[in-house]
Write a protein that binds this ligand. Sequence first.
Ligand SMILES: Cc1cc2nc3c(=O)[nH]c(=O)nc-3n(C[C@H](O)[C@H](O)[C@H](O)COP(=O)(O)O)c2cc1C
Length: 326
Amino acid sequence: MFHTVICDLLGIRYPILQGAMQGAGGPRLVGAMSEAGGLGILPTFGGTEEALRRDIETARGLTSKPVAVNITPMGRAFTESRAQICIDMEIPIVTTGRADPGQAAVAMLKAAGIIVLSVIPSVEHALRMQDEGVDGVIASGNEAGGHVGKVATLPLVPQVVDALDIPVLAAGGIGDARGFVAMLALGAVGVQLGTRLIATDEADVNEWYLGRILDMSATDTVVSAALTGATVRCIATPEIIAFEEARLRGADAGELQALRQVARENYGHSDKIDRSKRRQGTAGQVAGMITDIQPAAKIVEDMINGAAALCGELHGIAGRGAMAAE
Ligand SMILES: Cc1cc2nc3c(=O)[nH]c(=O)nc-3n(C[C@H](O)[C@H](O)[C@H](O)COP(=O)(O)O)c2cc1C
């Protein structure tokens, strides 16, 4: 069911990817998502080389299926050192996030036979990645958690599908079978989930973060550059709101830097910080529809079974429409 070209390309059962989630999705979630028939993807956003090697080993210990790695480009040396680890450890699939990893890194991965998928926020970025030789793109809309561009998923995906010759997956705002079917209808050959997977048994988050995801509504996120310097959709905490209000009233660089520091103090994103103290987090608008904690495998199973039921219903609606027109 729902076997698309991306399943064959990646060697997975279902076209459902777990988007890399630095600070929320460690090897336990990655192993569980791959084992469930989707694809688990480890993050490397600022983490050390040792942490990446260790996480790959741990995730692989939890599944016999493919495990992927995400590289968020943070300068050429960082990108290429993480790419080299993927090559050395025979990672079959690499995704890239936030920015263009550069032609050299893509060529390095491709020369080693690795499948490369790039997360892109616009048609222009997608075309550039296609030119650089990636195997597919993940079109990620502005409603997504994490780094975002300006275009929402609904208009972004069909425009990228129309512009590219390579497979397109969709990310941003997908929380259940309805979103999955909608993305297939837009021409995507698979989906990538982020925020929905924070509320799983296997996610690596503290009680504060989990509680916010379960309680918050769709209006409780904001796009801000306070946390990483680039535009990130995150939970609208008092510290982020204070930064954004100051920015909008034209506060000077010194005041903004001070507010940024306050917000980052308890971000807990990197390996070096005590995550139990974390009081900031990234989340997408889909958080408004997440009210329960599930095993990751159940989310995959419900998405596939729910999508099958939904397609049956849509078929029925289309059939009734055809009969009425006769
Ligand atoms: C907590 C969190 C951390 C993330 N970290 C990364 C990351 O390290 N690299 C990356 O490419 N994307 C990252 N993302 C984006 C996700 O991989 C995914 O594309 C996005 O969450 C999909 O949108 P959704 O949250 O609406 O499902 C992150 C998202 C979240 C929510």
